[in-house]
Design a protein around this ligand. Structure first.
Ligand SMILES: NC(=O)c1ccc[n+]([C@@H]2O[C@H](COP(=O)([O-])OP(=O)(O)OC[C@H]3O[C@@H](n4cnc5c(N)ncnc54)[C@H](O)[C@@H]3O)[C@@H](O)[C@H]2O)c1
Length: 443
């Protein structure tokens, strides 16, 4: 099939690349000319494991192209995917300006039947808005061209995006049109061979499914963080509790890790946007608001522990391991590390930060400043520092020689936002270990 993808970010680039790799012909279009120029030269704008060789191979074999030319892009595919950002508006609701801009671009340039596929995470009712925006443009043009709008939310995880897209747990399609369903089945057939993963439903339910999925995952995290905070105050160990509850098959072990709060480009904004949608229809989403509130508080917890451990952060040098919001990505959107670093700097401390992939992104976010050094290794980060804070559970932070670490840190303080270590081992090396929900952490 000929397929057009609007938006060449985490979702659009992965979607376009995986569809091309399955044999479709794909054009990816973006308004960011520098990004498109880079992609044409083989420069991948994000870190995503396995993405670079796939982009290069499919570009070389001619199935994947990049352009800023919307006229060419709209003419190309019968399926026109929208995979642009839906950032939070001032009041927390999803900002649809980019989605609607693409809808108008498609309507302005189309000359034959198109299916507009909403892959961006969009509030319930957005397909209607896309439809209305396109109808208005076509009316202005005096053009009677048929089109359909369907919802196809994306569930990929950054860091495992290729795997998630290529072997999806489910492919949700929101449409009531047989013609659209047939085209979407053809598009996804290469990923749907083992058993039928396609779940077809009405558009509104598909739109809500994406928010419900993210809200459920965020709820699990906030729930565990709340129990971890209780464990700290009750002298219990959340890691024992986690295993104790995970063994119940109704609960399960997945996604019940306590930590420094969820971040990233999706959970924070999607929980907020769903709560906002609720209030717009006169329903107060008590649980969703609490999930968000617990998370905001949890993001402060690393700094609170640090201050308790050191007395004051002013004048101290804090090593930070992990800047991305989770491992295997360079994405720092809403990352807990940002909250910690900003608090340390505001309190008059200095930071020596290291991340295996997010160094460029960190430099872009924080800019040049005397009190923040972005260094080349975890060793450089702790060299001459007073305390260490672990924000992200990258694999290469897991094994540490604690005697060596003790020799590096003047105040012998480790604040671990991801519970990576055995508290007894860390303590045996003479380090103070402040983890999440592990009994002694608020002493
Ligand atoms: N990142 C994830 O893990 C993830 C997972 C599932 C769903 N989503 C959802 O997918 C959507 C995209 O997220 P993302 O992380 O890929 O965003 P992103 O910010 O990485 O990429 C968005 C891209 O869209 C481009 N763009 C903006 N306006 C455009 C226009 N008019 N025409 C063409 N391109 C345009 C931007 O230049 C940018 O390159 C969001 O709604 C997000 O909630 C994201």
């Amino acid at each position: 099939m000929n397929i057009t993808i609007f938006g060449t970010g985490y979702v659009g680039l992965v979607t376009g690349t995986c569809l091309a790799d399955a044999g479709h012909d794909v054009i990816c279009v973006d308004v960011d000319a520098a990004k498109i120029e880079g992609l044409k030269r083989g420069v991948i704008p994000i870190y995503e494991p396995g993405l670079e060789p796939l982009v290069k191979r499919n570009t070389a074999e001619g199935r994947l192209r990049f352009t800023t030319d919307a006229v060419e892009a709209v003419a190309f595919g019968t399926l026109q995917f929208i995979a642009v950002g839906t950032p939070p508006d001032e009041d927390g609701s999803a900002d649809l300006q980019y989605v609607l801009a693409v809808a108008r671009t498609i309507a302005t340039n189309m000359n034959d039947y198109k299916v507009v596929v909403d892959k961006s995470t969009v509030p319930v009712g957005t397909a209607d808005k896309v439809h209305a925006a396109m109808t208005a443009v076509l009316a202005e043009r005096g053009a009677a061209i048929e089109f359909d709008v369907c919802s196809n939310p994306e569930f990929l995880k950054e860091g495992a995006a290729i795997e998630d897209f290529s072997k999806p747990a489910r492919i949700v399609i929101g449409t009531d049109s047989e013609r659209v369903e047939k085209l979407m089945r053809e598009c996804y057939a290469p990923f749907n061979r083992n058993h039928d993963k396609m779940i077809v439903m009405d558009v509104r339910s598909a739109e809500l499914t994406k928010y419900a999925a993210n809200a459920m995952l965020a709820t699990k995290i906030s729930f565990m963080n709340e129990i971890a905070n209780l464990a700290e105050r009750l002298g219990a160990d959340i890691e024992a509790v986690r295993i104790g509850i995970g063994s119940d098959p109704r609960i399960g072990y997945h996604f019940i890790y306590p930590g420094a709060g969820y971040g990233g480009s999706c959970f924070p904004k999607d929980v907020q946007a769903l709560a906002r949608t609720a209030s717009q229809v006169g329903y107060e989403a008590v649980l969703l608001n609490a999930v968000e509130e617990v998370n905001e508080a949890q993001k402060q917890t690393l700094f609170t522990k640090l201050e308790k451990a050191l007395g004051t952060v002013a004048g101290k040098t804090i090593a930070v391991w992990g800047l991305s919001f989770k491992p295997e990505t360079d994405d720092m959107r809403a990352a807990p590390s940002r909250v910690l670093i900003e608090a340390v700097l505001a309190a008059g401390g200095k930071v020596q930060g290291f991340d295996p992939q997010a160094m460029e992104e960190a430099a872009r976010i924080f800019g040049e400043r005397d009190d923040l050094r972005l260094v080349a290794s975890r060793e450089d980060a702790v060299s001459g520092a007073d305390a260490l804070v672990i924000c992200t559970e990258w694999k290469n932070f897991r094994a540490v020689d604690f005697a060596w670490l003790k020799s590096q840190l003047n105040d012998a303080v480790v604040v671990d936002g991801r519970n990576l270590y055995d508290p007894e081992q860390v303590a045996a090396a003479g380090l103070q270990y402040w983890a999440i929900g592990r009994g002694n952490s608020i002493l």
